[in-house]
Design a protein around this ligand. Structure first.
Ligand code: GLN
Length: 276
């Protein structure tokens, strides 16, 4: 890319052309917004605004990294989820908009004012923090098997001043005894030989957050089997899963003794989560 001072619009057009993929213009705007500190509305309101050469050079470096496939969230070190700015790093999954459907489902449940809630495999802390931001009365805790994720989620909680307790635990294995009114999780659910693992952002995310055995259901099998012992009577479990796993996951819920089992769709109207 050129590194002379240039207008925002000229830089964005050039960068978007290089980036390609699904959201080239958005990616370019996010990266230029990051280096300039200008909001994305500036680019529309003042397209001829000139960007300083030093910033153009920084922008060019980020655009090159994006062209190599690095996720925008990793380049910015941040991803918005449920309108919360979350720090992200390569040790966890980057929060996805579809997971907001899981938060919405949790908020529709009729739970006690001070419900005891657990987010299993919290990663950045996204689901736990979204729930804590919406329901100040709920006692929200979260766990993750990876210590870097525990640190990241705790850091996000502190930055957002949200009272979420984060512990290190491989699913339920290291948790102190408790009875939860709601357990939520976006576990790994991709099959080990899935071709999509070679495409897009997932190439830069940890397999520990994505892959779960030969059918992608290893972790969901474990969670559905173990969750009943950790739920209070009438408590709920909500799990995110792949869009072709609805029937299999409903069966796992039913086999584990859950009632009121129901699958709901994501923003793309595909099966994405099951609750019971
Ligand atoms: N939904 C993510 C993807 O398809 C995967 C998330 C997960 O495995 N929990 O990229």
């Amino acid at each position: 890319m050129s590194d002379a001072p240039l207008s925002c619009e000229a830089l964005l057009i050039e960068a978007a052309g290089l980036i390609g993929g699904e959201t080239p213009r958005l990616d370019a705007e996010l990266l230029l917004g990051y280096v300039t500190g200008w909001s994305r509305t500036t680019f529309r309101a003042w397209p001829e605004r000139e960007v300083d050469v030093a910033l153009v050079a920084r922008f060019s470096t980020l655009v090159e990294q994006r062209c190599e496939g690095h996720p925008v969230a990793h380049l910015l070190g941040e991803q918005e989820f449920w309108s919360l700015p979350l720090k992200v790093n390569p040790s966890t999954l980057i929060p996805r908009p579809d997971t907001e459907c899981l938060v919405e489902a949790a908020l529709t449940l009729d739970l006690p004012e001070s419900a005891n809630v657990l987010d299993l495999g919290t990663g950045t802390g996204a689901i736990a923090l979204a729930l804590a931001s919406e329901r100040p009365g709920w006692r929200v805790s979260a766990c993750d098997a990876i210590s870097e994720a525990v640190d990241l989620a705790a850091d996000n909680a502190a930055r957002l001043s949200l009272p979420v307790t984060v512990r290190q635990s491989n699913w339920f294995a290291e948790l102190p005894p408790a009875a939860f009114d709601l357990i939520v999780s976006n576990p790994p659910y991709i099959a080990g030989d899935d071709v999509h693992l070679g495409e897009g952002d997932v190439r830069f995310e940890p397999a520990s957050a994505l892959v779960a055995g030969s059918d992608g259901l290893d972790d969901i099998r474990r969670i559905t089997a173990e969750a009943p012992a950790w739920l209070s009577p009438g408590g709920w479990l909500i799990l995110e899963h792949g869009y072709e796993q609805g029937a299999a996951v409903r069966r796992l819920f039913t086999d584990a003794g859950f009632g009121s089992v129901e699958t709901r769709k994501d923003y793309g109207r595909r099966d994405r989560l099951t609750l019971g």
